[in-house]
Design a protein around this ligand. Structure first.
Ligand code: NAD
Length: 254
């Protein structure tokens, strides 16, 4: 059996020799910053299946109670105080070493940019929780202003311009991704020669199609996730440890 250390050396060599590395991150990269994932063993939905309703656009638009609960959840979200962890910092280091073409993240917490990854290389494919968007007129505004209104007593603050329903600028289940973000991510996946999938179950589509696009184009696939993913049998290397250990160890060897 090949040890993790030997595997890391090998993968570091692939990273060094790559023309274009594309990274995909999921909720698993932020758990060590204190933000729980949804589907992992300690996941928000694993512990409370009802919480899934808050992430579904149909429930959000049609049920005022879901919106009130969503605003309360946003007020106390751990991301407001979370700091990037060693895994986020390792990816920022990898970019400084010239080895990150594009970083596609499913996370909405902004921690990659906070760790030093360039905003123009990061695609927030599921949006950001740092802004709100009006579901009627499309106007966007800082989340902090809307949260101030909730703190002041508005349980479900409407859009100030048109009275429409406000929501965090994230992609809920049942909503389409932003077409240009998806097109950019697909192009990056189709033209990379190494694809790193980190802290994601690779089950949320269409993002979970990106490793497929990379494999079809002949790229190598490396997966680091605490649990098995459907792509593991097709990956060139799989790591199971915590990302806060695996990524700094890998990047130090690049
Ligand atoms: P997921 O919750 O489905 O899966 C996360 C995976 O990461 C799990 O398999 C888990 O075992 C693994 N994991 C957890 N901690 C890890 C660690 N320290 N090291 C290695 N692996 C670890 O996440 P997903 O597939 O990304 O999909 C959930 C969706 O929910 C995302 O698309 C995202 O939009 C949203 N979400 C975002 C955040 C955030 O912004 N931090 C948090 C929760 C959910």
């Amino acid at each position: 059996m090949i040890s993790d250390e030997t595997r890391l050396q090998e993968v570091a060599g692939w990273v060094r020799d790559s023309r274009a590395v594309v990274v995909l991150t999921g909720a698993g990269i932020s758990t060590e910053s204190g933000i729980p994932d949804f589907r992992g063993p300690q996941g928000v939905w694993t512990k409370d299946p009802k919480a899934e309703k808050l992430s579904n656009i149909h429930h959000y638009m049609n049920d005022p109670e879901v919106r009130v609960a969503s605003w309360q959840a946003r007020l106390v979200h751990p991301a407001w105080t979370a700091q990037p962890n060693a895994a986020h910092r390792a990816l920022a280091d990898l970019e400084r070493k010239g080895q990150v073409d594009t970083l596609v993240t499913q996370n909405i917490d902004g921690l990659h940019q906070k760790a030093g990854s360039s905003p123009d290389r990061v695609i927030e494919i599921h949006g950001t929780m740092r802004e709100v968007v009006c579901m009627a007129c499309g106007e966007r505004a800082p989340m902090e202003r809307a949260l101030d209104r909730v703190r002041a007593g508005e349980a479900d603050p409407p859009c100030r311009s048109c009275g429409g329903i406000l929501k965090s600028a994230t992609i809920s289940f049942g909503q389409n991704l932003v077409a240009e973000d998806l097109a950019r991510a697909e192009k990056a996946a189709r033209t990379c020669d190494l694809f790193l999938a980190l802290g994601t179950t690779l089950t949320v589509y269409p993002v979970a199609y990106l490793p497929e696009a990379a494999l079809e184009a002949g790229a190598r696939l490396v997966i680091a996730n605490a649990e098995p993913t459907p792509y593991d049998p097709r990956a060139d290397a799989v790591f199971r440890g915590n990302l806060g250990d695996v990524l700094p160890a890998l990047v130090a060897l690049v």
